[in-house]
Design a protein around this ligand. Structure first.
Ligand SMILES: NC(=O)C1=CN([C@@H]2O[C@H](COP(=O)(O)OP(=O)(O)OC[C@H]3O[C@@H](n4cnc5c(N)ncnc54)[C@H](OP(=O)(O)O)[C@@H]3O)[C@@H](O)[C@H]2O)C=CC1
Ligand SMILES: N[C@@H](CCC(=O)OP(=O)(O)O)C(=O)O
Length: 501
């Protein structure tokens, strides 16, 4: 790409010199992996310096997150409004588009695919406007912090509450999609978390300017929301260091390929919320509305072929193979520029397919385990909804899968049986998205089973704490075993907003 990549944006780098940061960094514990890597490169002053700077940056994020624990909703929303205003300013918009152009030019020079260039491109007014509108929408949402969802009277004057709170410092690694910087910054500020961002290298100029504008927009009138609430790193070396900082970072969210998620899981003691690949399937059941089915599969394959929620495999009930609908379906998909890779058994049983659509090729077994990230669709027939479920649970990636059927029973069986974060009935897999779910934006689509699954909005960035309010109560007063005094354990009315600031 020509431009030398740095560990973090220069603006962030300047602030790394804080003495406090250095002191705390000494105390921070690093994992074996990081120590080994550090030792290997100890003869390299540049790398050593990068290690120190990244370590100090994590400490700053921790300090910012501790302050944010007590930031009021008013101050968190004020920060979002200021960010929205800053991103809307003409001069900032121009600077972002200029930086984005550098990334786009490099992408063209490096022969990136049209899909990846589209992902990188911020120049469309609609895309830019919806990116900044998302910040305002999130500011307008109800406050997720301090919500009370359990209230029990253990005894007179002894009351227990479960209250939502931020997780702390979150490290998020994601693909070369610059608007994600803004989406994630908005969601993490709203939820009272500090975040360290690492976007794809192809978007480095766009990411750097967006992160700088966001951080600069946060000012003194944002109370306990500090500028270090949103920090950026730019290299994989920085990620290696941060994965060792389990004292400073509470959660890592790798959003990208399966290899990325596995790499992170294998190299850190920090809890990982994996947002991995999407080998998504759409299953066309025996009874269905044919036109709906065709529209859904074309939408699921062509609206954003490289997106994780795009359909990769089409399963079709074998009943359809001998009907005119099958050829109509395949023809419409081919006309929509979808390359069809069909199970060789179907091709040899129905030579009319290749006679009608010469571009069809025979699928290999691997095609049914592949995320094409392109306008390619693997097609296979199944004998029943149960067979479809078995295929998906074996070959899918537990992201998003859909059934198209007119049968409520078949839909219920599918929606219960498929072990994925999102299971849809008569709808495109592309609906798997935080914005479309009404979360304002998304961190990504979690393929983890704990603690958050599917599109992650602010709710997925919260944990809870138990608050116990007593009046000099001691456990000894209640005794142990036979004869102990029993607790009341009476449910109290839940006032969900009781602890909000
Ligand atoms: N579930 C979800 O929410 C989403 C999933 N995806 C999935 O992401 C994939 C496409 O994105 P793509 O950019 O190709 O994904 P990659 O996994 O190649 O890259 C994503 C990010 O991870 C970084 N990365 C990759 N490997 C490592 C490593 N070993 N150490 C440190 N950092 C690493 C990249 O850094 P670098 O820039 O240095 O390469 C980049 O920042 C698809 O599989 C898609 O389904 C995409 C969006 C959302
Ligand atoms: N969830 C969003 C974005 C999907 C996504 O992240 O796609 P990509 O970066 O192309 O893998 C959507 O449905 O548009």
């Amino acid at each position: 790409m020509g431009t030398k990549r740095k560990a973090m944006s220069s603006d962030n780098g300047k602030k790394m010199q804080s003495d406090n940061g250095k002191k705390m960094q000494k105390k921070s514990e690093t994992s074996k992996t990081t120590k080994t890597k550090h030792k290997q490169s100890s003869d390299n002053n540049g790398t050593d310096n990068e290690f120190k700077l990244v370590g100090a940056l994590a400490v700053r994020a921790r300090e910012a997150s501790l302050k944010m624990q007590t930031a009021s909703a008013q101050h968190r929303n004020a920060a979002l409004v200021r960010i929205h205003t800053a991103l809307s300013r003409n001069e900032n918009r121009a600077a972002i588009i200029e930086a984005n152009k550098l990334d786009l030019d490099a992408a063209v020079q490096n022969n990136l695919s049209p899909q990846l260039i589209k992902r990188l491109d911020l120049s469309s007014k609609d895309k830019f406007d919806s990116m900044i509108q998302g910040v305002k929408d999130i500011a307008d949402m109800p406050d997720p912090v301090g919500r009370n969802d359990l209230a029990t009277k253990l005894d007179d004057d002894l009351e227990l509450f479960r209250v939502s709170c931020p997780i702390g410092v979150i490290l998020i690694i994601f693909e070369a999609r610059p608007e994600v910087v803004v989406n994630i910054a908005a969601l993490t500020i709203k939820s009272g978390n500090a975040v360290i961002l690492k976007g794809g290298k192809e978007a480095q100029h766009s990411n750097a300017i967006l992160a700088k504008i966001i951080s600069d927009a946060i000012s003194d009138d944002c109370g306990n929301v500090g500028k270090d609430a949103v920090l950026l790193v730019e290299s994989r070396t920085a990620i290696d260091v941060l994965l060792g900082m389990d004292k400073q970072i509470d959660l890592v969210i790798p959003r990208g390929s399966n290899q990325l998620v596995r790499h992170v899981q294998g190299n850190t003691r920090i809890p990982v919320l994996g947002h991995a690949d999407g080998i998504c399937t759409t299953y066309l059941d025996e009874t269905l509305d044919e036109e709906k089915a065709i529209r859904i599969i074309i939408d699921a394959k062509t609206t954003a072929p490289s997106a994780c929620n795009s359909t990769e495999t089409l399963l079709i009930h074998k009943f359809h193979l001998e009907t005119p609908f099958f050829i109509t379906l395949l023809t419409r998909l081919a006309v929509a520029n979808i390359s069809l890779r069909i199970d060789p058994e179907i091709i040899s049983a129905f030579p009319v397919i290749t006679a009608t659509i010469p571009t069809v090729t025979a699928a290999t077994p691997e095609d049914f385990d592949t995320e094409f990230l392109d306008t390619i669709l693997a097609v296979r027939a199944v004998a029943s909804v149960d067979d479809a479920i078995s295929h998906i649970n074996l070959h899918g990636s537990h992201h998003t899968d859909a059934i198209v059927t007119a049968s409520q029973d078949a839909a219920d069986t599918f929606l219960r049986g498929v072990d994925s974060a999102d299971v849809f009935w008569n709808a495109s897999t592309r609906f798997a998205d935080g914005f479309r779910f009404g979360f304002g934006a998304e961190i990504g689509v979690s393929t983890n089973k704990t603690h958050a699954r599917g599109p992650v909005g602010v709710e997925g960035l919260m944990i809870y704490k138990y608050r116990l309010h007593g009046n000099g109560h001691c456990t000894a007063d209640y005794g142990e075993g036979v004869g102990r005094k029993s607790y009341k354990h009476d449910a109290l009315d839940i006032d969900s907003k009781r602890f909000q600031l």
